[in-house]
Design a protein around this ligand. Structure first.
Ligand SMILES: Cc1ncc(COP(=O)(O)O)c(C=O)c1O
Length: 375
């Protein structure tokens, strides 16, 4: 029997996501419609779509899809990519196959629970590397490097980071990667929000490009706004990692859904347009939130995210929403159908909420939130 703690965020969504009017805490970007996506197909992918047969697919992923994914990296080829059902399956297979009893793993926190829970369940000793609001949720690279131990095998960093929007500078990122290489520690870079950098911040070099032992995690769900495809991947030049993961994948999904592979290929080939749409949605919401939080500074304290499609404001304790984020979120969803996510879902106190920047109904959700604050 696999012993693993409940995934609090997914349990929260299981209760609420499809029962509310406004999911104002989603981390994905508003999904593409099939009709709009198919309009982006080129001759080859249009034919692949119309002639598609619904058989099993290659368990490593369609060769053209893997080639397209590899082109997101500087130094990778198609064989350095293994396709999964979302980033979630990739994370599961990675830690289940790579972590041994007693290994030490450090993971940025608050964060996506599977990035540490799967390793824990596989017997690792996990250190949560807390990001600090007082530091503007920045990555304290020196503190992170100082936390390495002789038995540290993986450092897991999600950047751009969910929920805080943390994004290191390219210099900080390279310094961390170099320290990992020197210490023989593998850097696992969860890059599912890559390409969603705000205010001209540079896209970080991919983890997998910085050392051949590093591992990058990617997905179609977030920056590419196609969560329903359930297509994600691991990318690394260390093929022994991919080989081990492929052997576990034989017991999870075996191979990807054939329609999803073709649609992901269409989306990735048209990535400039796909990403431009996501950035437009996110930057419009960010501008709206800047003004909104300024007006509502009695209720929320706002650290502007540097990247990604979420933010993590704090409820001012003496303000109209203060006291307990969990209680406020419960009151909000019951009375208005607007869903925010309390920080308790991340095991990170009870003063913050996650907000999503990727949905086009955010203005309507903020209007209802305002009514509750005023009511
Ligand atoms: C940091 C991070 N990694 C991985 C995932 C998993 O992505 P998916 O649900 O598309 O598999 C998420 C989803 O929220 C995430 O926020």
């Amino acid at each position: 029997m696999v012993r693993i703690a409940d995934f609090a965020l997914e349990r929260y969504f299981a209760r609420w996501e499809f029962a509310v009017e406004h999911v104002a805490c989603a981390s994905d970007v508003e999904g593409w419609s099939m009709a709009e996506l198919l309009e982006l197909a080129d001759d080859e992918t249009r034919a692949m779509w119309s002639d598609l047969r619904l058989g099993y697919t290659e368990s490593t992923g369609h060769p053209l899809l893997r080639r397209e994914i590899a082109s997101l990296y500087e130094s990778l080829e198609a064989d350095d990519v293994l396709v999964f059902a979302g980033a979630e399956e990739a994370i599961f297979c990675l830690f289940m196959t790579q972590v041994r009893e007693g290994d030490h793993v450090t993971v940025t926190w608050p964060g996506y629970q599977s990035l540490y829970e799967v390793a824990r369940s596989a017997g690792a000793r996990v250190s949560l590397h807390a990001l600090r609001e007082d530091d503007g949720w920045s990555l304290d690279v020196d503190r992170l490097i100082a936390s390495f131990r002789p038995e540290t095998r993986f450092v897991v960093v999600n950047a751009p980071h969910q929920p805080t929007g943390m994004l290191p500078t390219v210099g900080e990122w390279r310094r961390l990667a170099a320290a990992c290489t020197d210490a023989g520690v593998r850097l696992v870079a969860d890059e599912v929000y890559r390409f969603l950098e705000h205010d001209g911040a540079e896209t970080l070099p991919a983890g997998a490009d910085l050392d051949e032992r590093n591992i990058s995690i990617g997905v179609m769900s977030k920056s590419f706004a196609m969560a329903g495809l359930r297509i994600g991947w691991l990318a690394t030049r260390d093929r022994s990692v991919l080989d081990a993961c492929a052997r576990l994948k034989d017991y999870t999904t075996i191979c990807s859904a054939a329609p999803s592979e073709v649609l992901a290929l269409i989306g990735l080939r048209a990535r400039e347009r796909v990403l431009a749409r996501s950035r437009d949605i996110v930057s419009a919401n960010l501008a709206l939130l800047d003004a909104w939080f300024e007006r509502r500074s009695n209720a929320f304290s706002w650290v502007r995210p540097r990247g990604g499609s979420t933010a993590f404001p704090r409820l001012v304790s003496s303000g109209p929403a203060g006291g307990s984020a969990a209680r406020f979120c419960a009151r909000l969803v019951e009375s208005t159908g607007v869903l925010l996510m309390p920080s308790s879902t991340f095991g990170f106190g009870d003063a913050h909420v996650r907000m999503g920047l990727g949905r086009t109904d955010l203005p309507a959700a903020l209007g209802k939130l305002e009514e509750v604050l005023d009511g």
